[in-house]
Write a protein that binds this ligand. Sequence first.
Ligand SMILES: [Zn+2]
Length: 612
Amino acid sequence: MKRILLVFAKQMKLKIFRRGKFYRQDHPQTSLRVPPCILLKWISAVGGLLTVVTQSSLVLMAVFVIPFFSLGCGPAAKEKQMVQFIESHIAKVEPLTTKANLAYWDASTTGRPEDYERFNKLQLEIRRIYNNPQEFAFLKDIKECGQVGDARLARQLDKLYYAYLRNQIEPELLQKLVDSDGKIQEKYNTFRGTIDGQKVTMSDIYAILTTEKDCRKRELAWRASKQVGDAIADDLIQLVKLRNEAARKVGFDNYYTLSIVTGEQNIKELDDIFEELCELTNEPFARLKKELDGILAESYGIATEDLMPWHYHDPFFQRTPLVYDLDLDIYYKDRDVEVLAEKYYAGIGLPVDDILARSDLYDREGKYPHAFSFEGDRHGDVRILCNLQNTERWMETILHELGHAIYSKYHDRKEPWLLREPAHSFTTEAIAMFFGRLSRNAAWMQKMLGLPDEQRAEIEKVSEKYLRFQQVLFARWAMVMYNFEKQLYADPDQDLNTLWWDLVEKYQFVKRPPGPVDAGWASKLHFTTAPCYYHNYMMGELLASQLHNHIVHKVLKLKSDEGVSYVGRREVGNFIREKVLAPGAVYHWNEMIKRATGEPLTPKYFVEQFVK
Ligand SMILES: [Zn+2]
């Protein structure tokens, strides 16, 4: 038990590192701003990271399950059994969840190890509930007989069924997964790459990649960033095989499929979305990249054909090189981002003053140094944690976190407890991104900061280019991640290093370096700590754009989105509250999107917003 807590403690530290200042240029959603409700799910998707169920606890759990099996058959009987099951389930889970959430808040605001320990213990208790094989068998039986006709009851059944399904891992295998995961993270945390025999940190590497003109030094820094991949690749492949073993035991061909299905997604649907996105961005990305290559090659005094992966300012070319960036901090430095955010949300009819009053917004010794949104219970205790400064980055962050927070605040509390959560983790991400994007929106800045027209034009010129590049670039990078991870789980014994570079060349148009290829891909820590999840970041962007398009054309009834900032437009807030936030998880995510925008999730509006 103690060791498992340690693994988790390490994971927390790791997140703190990853959200550190050198990720300033990170794509918003890659900086792991995860609200605890999502965190809980996420952890459970990691493959039983925290839980080891002991024999005695299994025996105890068997005791209170038995009544469910003794009831009759037929639709009405099944529904009655389901209602009873839910009642008893919530009676156990709700108080534990609230306690766990509050423990997480205490831990994050104080940094006290005993609070983290309390949180981990409560998490473990929750996991034990979902690990119960008899209760799972009951849910499986009800689901398979298809006799729950009531829509809300059926949704709750789905939610419960998948939550139990992904937790049906035998204790022994679970222990192996925990060990394997812990071992990789430990190696990752303590590993330091080297340049000419000298140890370097990731901060050193980022500093070189963003400023150094000497190509040899750049190459060495880039290679140093990948060395950890070679060090952990074998262990990671072992972990992948263990996860696959766990998935096969519950009837899936591999862990990727298990994760997608229990996340209420569908591989064919995801394939179609990513393929369409690829086709729609191929040509525009080639154009943008050619322009960028010209600028970069010139800055290094080399030919564009000689550009190699180390010339792109980021180890994975997932963020826009700094050539298009603009310092927007000057516009925010004499302002108060908290006041701006409060005023903005109030203006669109989604006031956040109560959320801010409960929140922990400013830097303090021992406090978690980054940001997240938090839901204590499902009765309105919503808060955010930030470390605000008056900069563009924190403007974006507070708008983003409040986006998550209003999602929780405005769930219809008349809906059942189990459905009072976002339709999917990517839909809350979409709302957060939708609002977070505004910190760089010239029209929004003009209205909120009272800027003159010339300043707005100046921001528009640079900011649009940056945003467009960033979005298209991220889409191409997400394609590499999506396709690689899917194939990694389908066949972990294939030549993964070559597969990685085949995909990088195909989607990012970046040349593989000469010589034998290394396992640099394994240095992307998401493969270890957030497996089979990366595609959701992209789905969030797609949905944010789809909502934007619908709001511009159907809610505000405008011809184009030029100069749109939603400042003071209550109809925007009303639409979002009514169609997205209030229903929570009452509908499957794609049904919710269809009801809100008239069509299922599609990449075409993302392309329309950023690619044209
Ligand atoms: Zn977020």
